[in-house]
Design a protein around this ligand. Structure first.
Ligand code: NPG
Length: 357
C-alpha cells in the first residue's frame, strides 16, 4: 500500500507498506491479524519475508497440530519457536479476532479498555529540510494532533527540536525518537535536549544496551522511553528496575501479541510507569486493535495512533477519522472493523492458504 508520504527514520525510508495479513478460518467464524514486520530488517531483525516463512513453516503448523486453541493459549503453543514476535502476534491477533467475533465481545472489552476514545499523537519522519519539517508539523497541528514526535538521528536532533519549539511554542507536547541511532559518546548532543523541555527521548541507544540507557538516564534530564529494548513484560521489569527508562512504548508486534502487550501495561501500571501505544504504520486492522490497547488505564500519554489519512489515501478498512485529537475505540465484536474485500483485492500481491487437513 503506498504511503501518502515517504517516512524516513534513522534506519531507513518506507515509501510503501508491504503487509502480511493473517486470516484464520474456524468453525465459529473468521478472524484477521496484521503482522507489523517491515520490508527490511532495519527496525528489528524480523521482516516481511522472514515472518511469512516462519508463519508457513513453523507457527501455523504448530497451531493447527494443537487442535482447538483459544487465543489465551496461542503464545504457549508457539513458545517452542524462539523469537519472531511479530509473526506470532499476527497469528494470535487473528485467533483472538475470530474468537471474539463469535462471542460478540470487542477487543477493547477483552483487553480491559477503560475509555471510549484515545488521544492521538503523530510521528514525523526525517524530512529534507527544517522548512519542510515546520510545514509538516504545522499541518498535523492544524488537523488536531495533540502531541508531536520527531524522528532524530546524529546530525538531525537539536536543530529540528529548536526550530519546532521556536515556531510552535513551549506548550506543544513534543518528544523525540532516535531508533537506537546514538552511542553513549553522543551524551553531549542528547544532554542538550534538556534545554527544550521534550516529554521524552525514545530509544537513544542499541536495543540490548540497558545499562547504557541507565547510565545515560543518570546524566541527562530528559526522561528516557524504551521501545526496541522492550520485548516482553519481563524485559520491561528489568529495564525499569535498572533505571534504564521512566516511560515505556508498547507495541503488540514487538512483544509477541496483544495479550503480552496488556501484560506489559499491567506491570508498568502496577509500578506507576506511564506507557503509550506505538505504531508500525498499520492498516485499519492493526489500528483497531491498537486503539483498544491504548484505551487501557495506564496509557496516560498520547500514542502513535494517528488517523488513517496520515498513512494511506485509501485504507483497507473504513478509515479512522480523528475528532478533536481523538480516535474512537471500535465497539463491535472482535476488531470491530473488517477489510473491504474489493479494496483488499486491489492491493493484494499474493495469497497463500494453509489447511489443517
Ligand atoms: O504512526 O504508525 C506510526 C508510525 C510511528 O514512528 C513510528 N514508528 O520506531 O516507532 C517507530 C516507528 C517505526 C516506523 C518503526 C517504521 C518501524 C518502521
Amino acid at each position: 500500500m503506498p504511503l501518502v508520504r515517504p517516512f524516513r527514520t534513522s534506519f531507513g525510508t518506507e515509501t510503501d507498506r508491504d503487509v502480511i495479513l493473517v486470516r484464520v478460518r474456524t468453525p465459529d467464524g473468521d478472524g484477521w491479524g496484521e503482522c507489523v514486520a517491515m520490508s527490511e530488517p532495519g527496525y528489528s531483525s524480523e521482516y516481511v519475508e522472514s515472518a511469512q516463512l516462519v508463519l508457513r513453516r513453523h507457527l501455523v503448523p504448530r497451531l493447527l497440530a494443537a487442535g482447538d486453541v483459544s487465543a489465551s493459549r496461542v503464545a504457549e503453543v508457539l513458545a517452542g519457536v524462539r523469537g519472531h514476535p511479530m509473526a506470532k502476534a499476527a497469528l494470535e491477533m487473528a485467533v483472538m479476532d475470530a474468537e471474539l467475533r463469535s462471542t460478540g465481545e470487542s477487543f477493547g472489552e477483552a483487553l480491559g479498555a477503560a475509555r471510549a476514545s484515545v488521544e492521538c499523537g503523530v510521528s514525523v519522519g526525517i524530512p529534507a529540510s527544517i522548512d519542510e519539517l515546520i510545514e509538516q508539523v504545522d499541518g498535523y497541528l492544524a488537523e488536531g494532533y495533540l502531541r508531536i514526535k520527531l524522528k532524530i538521528e546524529p546530525g538531525w536532533d537539536i536543530e529540528p527540536v529548536k526550530a519546532v519549539r521556536k515556531t510552535f511554542g513551549d506548550q506543544l507536547a513534543l518528544q523525540v525518537d532516535a531508533n537506537a541511532s546514538y552511542t553513549l559518546d553522543d551524551g553531549e548532543a542528547l544532554g542538550a535536549l534538556d534545554g527544550f523541555n521534550v516529554l521524552m527521548l525514545e530509544q537513544p541507544l542499541a536495543e540490548d544496551d540497558l545499562t547504557g540507557h541507565a547510565r545515560l538516564a543518570r546524566r541527562i534530564g530528559t526522561p528516557i522511553c524504551l521501545d526496541e529494548s522492550i520485548g516482553s513484560a519481563k524485559m520491561a521489569e528489568a529495564a525499569i528496575e535498572l533505571g534504564a527508562c521512566e516511560i515505556v512504548n508498547i507495541k503488540a508486534g514487538r512483544v509477541g501479541g496483544y495479550l503480552e502487550a496488556a501484560a506489559v501495561h499491567d506491570l508498568c501500571y502496577s509500578l506507576g510507569v506511564p506507557v503509550w501505544c506505538g505504531g508500525m504504520l498499520e492498516t485499519g486492522l492493526g489500528r483497531a486493535a491498537n486503539l483498544a490497547l491504548a484505551a487501557l488505564p495506564g496509557f496516560t500519554l498520547p500514542g502513535d495512533t494517528s488517523a488513517s489519512d496520515r498513512y494511506f489515501l485509501k485504507d483497507i478498512t473504513a478509515p479512522f477519522v480523528m475528532h478533536d485529537g481523538l480516535l474512537d475505540v471500535p465497539t463491535g465484536p472482535g476488531l470491530g472493523v473488517s477489510p473491504d474485500i474489493d479494496t483488499l483485492t486491489k492491493v493484494t500481491t499474493a495469497v497463500e492458504e494453509i489447511r489443517s487437513r
